[in-house]
Design a binder for this molecule. Structure first.
Ligand code: PLP
Length: 294
């Protein structure tokens, strides 16, 4: 992240190095805010409508009014894209409840803090593509509303750090005998040739990349199912994949120190990964910052 990273804060465009908020912002004091990470492929804002819908879902859930219209978001994000070196960008946006004296209950009449920035997005490394990721399983110590994309990410931070300390790339979270998702990614397994991912609900984030991967599987005529993944399903899976805006779709080839399947990225992952790359290339071709869509 360079100091001239283009940013937006409360109505102003400015370099990130000049963006400052008061320490009494409830985002700093309580983690009282929500965020989004949106890939920009070329000038194309990937599934912007879906990201803004998820943002509205998160804001409604924590009772912050949406401070900007979709058209205003499009205009802000397009301008940040135009200021950021490409070809691809990662757009981060965050809204907090704003600045107020420290008290847990909501302050009256506080203006939300609105922040966004654009950074160059690098594709997943070649070694991740050829060798896959390693993951460990961890008890899901998060709260009961993992569908809210909150900035209060302490549990996720501790879980990803546990993975890092074990020399792994991600923690896969177990709750009530089921594998739910990663610390910052959604989970897929291939079981008996069927691509399985847990159904949506309060236990996991409704990942935008998850939806694309389901669409790509259907286009490739791969059977998909949204249903629970038991711990046994995970440890016996033919393939394990993780999806996120910044990691796209990656294969897990080592889980808790043991090989997954043949210990290398599997054949169904290869097909979906290639379809993902074709989809990205098509979006880059068609996209101007003003364009959104599937
Ligand atoms: C807990 C969690 N699950 C899933 C995802 C993947 O979501 P998306 O594909 O929208 O990036 C993320 C992304 O940050 C995440 O933090």
């Amino acid at each position: 992240m360079s100091s001239d990273t283009p940013a937006y804060l409360n109505g102003r465009f400015l370099p990130l190095s000049e963006a400052q908020i008061p320490v009494m912002d409830r985002g700093f004091i309580f983690g009282d805010g929500v965020y989004e990470v949106i890939p920009g492929y070329g000038g194309h804002l990937f599934r912007l409508d879906q990201h803004l819908q998820r943002l509205s879902h998160s804001l409604d859930a924590i009772k912050i009014r949406q401070p900007l219209s979709d058209a205003e978001w499009l205009s802000i994000l397009s301008r940040l894209v135009a200021q950021c070196p490409g070809p691809d960008r990662s757009l981060y946006l965050q809204i907090t409840r704003g600045v107020a004296p420290r008290a847990h209950s909501f302050p009256l009449n506080t203006t939300p803090t609105v922040f966004a920035m654009a950074e160059t997005l690098s594709p997943p490394s070649q070694s991740w593509l050829t060798e896959g990721l390693s993951a460990i399983t961890q008890a899901d110590i998060r709260w009961q509303r993992c569908d809210i994309k909150t900035t209060a990410l302490l549990a996720n931070v501790l879980l990803r750090q546990a993975a890092a300390q074990a020399g792994a790339d991600e923690a896969i979270l177990l709750r009530d005998g089921q594998a739910i998702e990663g610390a910052a990614s959604n989970l897929f397994v291939v079981r008996n040739g069927i691509v399985v991912t847990p159904a949506l609900g309060h236990k996991l984030l409704h990942g935008v990349t998850r939806d694309l991967v389901l669409d790509l599987c259907r286009n490739e005529n791969l059977p998909v199912s949204e249903e629970p993944i038991s711990e046994g399903d995970l440890s016996n899976a033919e393939e394990v994949w993780l999806t996120s805006s910044t990691r796209e779709v990656l294969a897990v080839t080592r889980l808790d120190g043991k090989p997954v399947g043949e210990g290398e990225p599997g054949p169904l992952w290869q097909r979906v990964h290639q379809a993902f790359q074709r989809h990205k290339a098509a979006l880059r071709q068609q996209g101007s910052p003003a364009q959104t869509g599937p």
